[in-house]
Design a protein around this ligand. Structure first.
Ligand code: SAM
Length: 275
């Protein structure tokens, strides 16, 4: 991998969260935990030098890779042609920003069914939420990100780790921590611990409110998470008493805090707001 990086004159940058996995066991573990079947079309965000891509190609029908770094995106088809020539036809690469991904960018006639990625850490959460929003065909996911972010994303309501990202992810999917990953598997070695997160899409909460309104309530509630909801939602509702009315209409105790609410509770508040 280092030789390939040298050949491409790649110097990993922090700005793009470039920590490449050089450990074959970790790559195999990610693929195993992703539980892919031969029909699966995998969306891989940030393939980098291609170590995970090469492990995904044999087990999936296709891999749609989205890479922001034009040098890495350009080199990936050559790497695959060299290392796995018989599987090269399964790969398509989109050179671009995953945060701006639209369905047509990666479709190439196939809809991704799973997202598998060693995510760029600085944009891991927004990329995951964006993919789930933009690509409803994605049913499952297995991603690697910072360990503490995995804990936050997988946290149920009620604890300190539960926050706006956990509630928003719950809009789309169930999430669980799928194990730690040692720092030593990366090049360069990152300054944070990593872990795996498994997601499985679930039915969205039944609500008359739009996703945008529900997320606006989530953001407002967690912006002042130490306050009671009566106080935290005062700005959104117009006043503390209007917030209290809204919360009562939604069947939520105005004296409770954001961290106790499920995404269904937030959806009920947003629905009451639009009445
Ligand atoms: N998958 C490779 C591996 O495991 O070795 C690389 C993982 S590295 C943590 C993250 C990769 O995401 C880098 O290749 C980086 O260039 C790419 N990247 C960073 N920001 C991105 C974005 N917004 N959209 C798409 N790719 C991005």
């Amino acid at each position: 991998m280092r030789a390939l990086a040298r050949r491409l004159v790649v110097r990993p940058t922090k700005r793009l969260g470039q920590n490449f996995v050089h450990d074959a066991n970790t790559v195999r573990r990610i693929v195993r935990l992703a539980e892919l079947g031969p029909e699966d079309v995998v969306l891989e965000i940030g393939p980098g030098l291609g170590s995970l891509t090469l492990a995904l190609l044999p087990v999936a029908a296709a891999v749609l890779a989205v890479e922001i770094d034009p040098v890495l995106a350009g080199a990936l088809p050559d790497t695959v042609a060299e290392r796995a020539p018989t599987l090269a036809g399964r790969l398509s690469v989109h050179a671009g920003d995953a945060l701006r991904l639209r369905p047509g960018d990666v479709a190439a006639g196939r809809e991704p069914t799973a997202v598998v990625a060693n995510l760029p850490y600085n944009v891991g959460v927004p990329v995951l939420l964006h993919v789930l929003e933009q690509l409803p065909s994605v049913r499952t996911g297995l991603v690697m990100i910072q360990s503490e972010v995995v804990d936050r994303l997988a946290a149920p309501p009620g604890g300190r780790e539960y926050g706006a990202p956990s509630a928003k992810l719950a809009w789309y999917a169930e999430a669980r921590r799928a194990g730690p990953v040692p720092r030593s598997v990366f090049w360069p070695v990152p300054g944070v611990d990593s872990a795996l997160l498994a997601v499985r899409r679930r039915a969205q909460p039944a609500t008359t409110a739009s996703r945008e309104r529900v997320f606006a309530v989530v953001d407002a509630a967690f912006a002042q998470r130490r306050k009671t909801l009566r106080g935290a939602l005062a700005g959104l509702a117009g006043s503390p008493s209007a917030a209290e009315q809204l919360l009562r209409a939604a069947g939520v105790d105005p004296n409770t805090r954001a961290e106790r609410l499920s995404i269904e509770d937030f959806a009920r508040i947003a629905a009451a707001e639009s009445h």
